[in-house]
Design a protein around this ligand. Sequence first.
Ligand SMILES: CC/C=C\C/C=C\C/C=C\C/C=C\C/C=C\C/C=C\CC/C=C/C(=O)SCCNC(=O)CCNC(=O)[C@H](O)C(C)(C)COP(=O)(O)OP(=O)(O)OC[C@H]1O[C@@H](n2cnc3c(N)ncnc32)[C@H](O)[C@@H]1OP(=O)(O)O
Ligand SMILES: Cc1cc2nc3c(=O)[nH]c(=O)nc-3n(C[C@H](O)[C@H](O)[C@H](O)COP(=O)(O)OP(=O)(O)OC[C@H]3O[C@@H](n4cnc5c(N)ncnc54)[C@H](O)[C@@H]3O)c2cc1C
Length: 634
Amino acid sequence: MSKEIYENPDLKKERQNCPFNKEEITHLLDGGKEKTIERKQLENYILSDEQLKDAVPMEYLSHADKYAEELRKACLLMHKLADSPAGQVPTLRALMGAGLGSAVLKEGNPLALHYVMFIPALMGQGTIDQQAKWLEKAYNLNMIGTYAQTELGHGTFLRGLETRATYDPKTQEFILESPSLTAYKWWPGSLGKTANYAVVMAQLYTKGKCEGTHPFMVQLRDEETHEPLPGIVNMWLNPVCISSYIHYGTYVKPTNSKLSYATMVFVRVVVCQDVTTNLRKAVTIATRYSCVRRQSELKPGDREPQVMDYQAQQNKLLPPLAATFAFQLAADHLWNLYHTANNNIEQGDLELLPDLHGLSCALKALCSSEAANFVEVCRQSCGGHGYMSCSNFPRIYGQVTAAETYEGENTVLWLQVARYLVKTRKEQSGGLSVKYLIGEEKGPKTVDTTLEGIVKLYRRAAVGLVDVAIAELDKSGRKGEAPHDAWNHAAVYLIKAAQAHARLFVVESFVDSLKEGKLSAPVRTVLSQLCELFIIYWLLERSGDFFLCSNLTKQDLLLLNSKYVELLAAIRPQAVNLVDSFDLRDEVLNSPLGCWDGNVYQRLFDEAAKSPLNQSNVHESFHKYLKPLLKSNL
Ligand SMILES: CC/C=C\C/C=C\C/C=C\C/C=C\C/C=C\C/C=C\CC/C=C/C(=O)SCCNC(=O)CCNC(=O)[C@H](O)C(C)(C)COP(=O)(O)OP(=O)(O)OC[C@H]1O[C@@H](n2cnc3c(N)ncnc32)[C@H](O)[C@@H]1OP(=O)(O)O
Ligand SMILES: Cc1cc2nc3c(=O)[nH]c(=O)nc-3n(C[C@H](O)[C@H](O)[C@H](O)COP(=O)(O)OP(=O)(O)OC[C@H]3O[C@@H](n4cnc5c(N)ncnc54)[C@H](O)[C@@H]3O)c2cc1C
């Protein structure tokens, strides 16, 4: 007899009479029906393999055992890669990130850097000959690489990196050395125990002159024994400069000194997608749990309500729910820009590089910081159970907050965006962003609170805050301050301007996607409600920016507040159906709070029972420590 599938009655009720086609949203997020089919096939292929399941929860293993277990599974995944139904790159993308990858490798993928940075560095900066020599070896996993740029003393300031690569024209070799403790490469993933090669960023010295940071291929460990090569600490290795700037002993300047930064741009682009996947997981867990959890008393004498029926809970969870769509659509736009810019760069056309740099910094900083804040709100919205390790919130939060630092610490990236905006605004030049800066809203600054009217407010804020920052810089200049001091003293304004520009890009992406998208009426309705909720939410959160740059009035704000709470109530009935549309399997959510069937309490209990401490009534430590204390009559 088929086993009755349990479904929490509240969740079951939430799912009744869904007014839109969930699969249509799933296909939208996957990039089409075929991509959804491919993703589900790959998930079944990977998640059905018993060897990829954890015998015990990872949190109960030692550090060394965690590493060994993750490496075992990562290597097994690579064996499965060759036969995967989705093909190499789509599978790699799925296995390296926060979705399918983290369902199997909960503590992280020891091989991630090999694919996320090492191979892209070779592809983006190696010469044809170098690619011919290394790429096949890398793709065939005959070598494992990482990207070693950050040092103990420097991560942000690349011009301050201390690792030196001195070219010896006699031997035609580069001598790599770490001249000080602070020069030690620190942080590169896989560098400690896994990688046997690295792309090492070092200051190139030739003929006594420093030519700046360049990438070098360095072998770290013996390919057979995996022992570190002799002198690995004070590297005197046979590195190869990954880029063809030394011709017959003479340094040839690259067409663009910024090309060595290209790998970081790629990762910043994919990070936007990855933090959005993590945010989708957190929102799904918190939303389903909030419809299962009944607590307190809303109407005196009534049954305890679902906590999702509190407006305060809707205010916590519906903006992050809307953000998952906003960030996904913006990340899709950025991904398309990346491909266009990259294809142009391969033809020698670097015109879009500043736009790509500006927007990738802006979106990476915005999506990672907003996702981190929203994930913490989701965690808090689940009360005590949200604090449990098994809820998966601690791991998701750790992953999204890491993204606020790696690939460019967010503040540094905001200042890079500001540098790009000030330059673009002053020169009235540049490409993509110029439409925001030059296409500024002319005419009266009256406010209309329609969707179009609100988008115009975002544009006024983006342009207006750049102008405020420029005015600050000019004021400092008139006082005789040096440009670097003026820049530092305007940092608060510059960062606000950068953030306003990033928000405008996300808002425009969301609105434009709904205009362009071929959506059914019910899907368009619910996504439009989410879009309007989100852009009003951000406006209310940042109302100071809008007061500064437009004729927004207190009356307008009160009207927008009313619209906001109306939208909370309108979207609330579809919250579970919307997160169901993400089509995130329980194994990917990896949380008893967010499971599809809502059987929360039994799953929490089962998880707790897995703890080694719950394998006996009295732990041995009682006899060693507690009993003597109890007897000691202190
Ligand atoms: C095989 C592939 C198959 C499939 C793909 C596989 C996987 C991908 C899919 C999924 C992956 C899923 C998830 C990924 C998730 C996580 C990633 C995994 C791991 C992360 C590991 C982390 C790695 C790292 O952290 S690496 C180290 C990163 N470090 C940094 O980012 C340093 C930040 N600092 C800087 O960038 C510099 O300080 C600086 C900002 C450049 C400033 O330095 P500097 O003072 O020299 O520069 P100026 O400010 O003077 O500007 C000079 C000039 O240059 C322009 N510029 C600066 N940066 C760039 C750039 N990056 N690109 C282009 N141009 C740049 C700047 O605008 C100035 O120009 P102008 O003079 O014209 O103004
Ligand atoms: C999980 C993780 C994985 C990583 N993986 C890798 C890897 O694989 N390979 C690799 O090479 N690196 C890696 N890193 C290192 C990472 O790239 C650096 O930590 C990051 O670039 C920040 O640099 P930093 O640590 O020097 O911070 P710092 O720049 O020292 O930041 C400290 C403070 O100084 C501020 N600051 C610095 N410069 C400025 C400025 N110009 N203006 C204003 N404020 C400033 C920052 O905003 C910050 O508040 C990883 C880091 C993490 C957390």
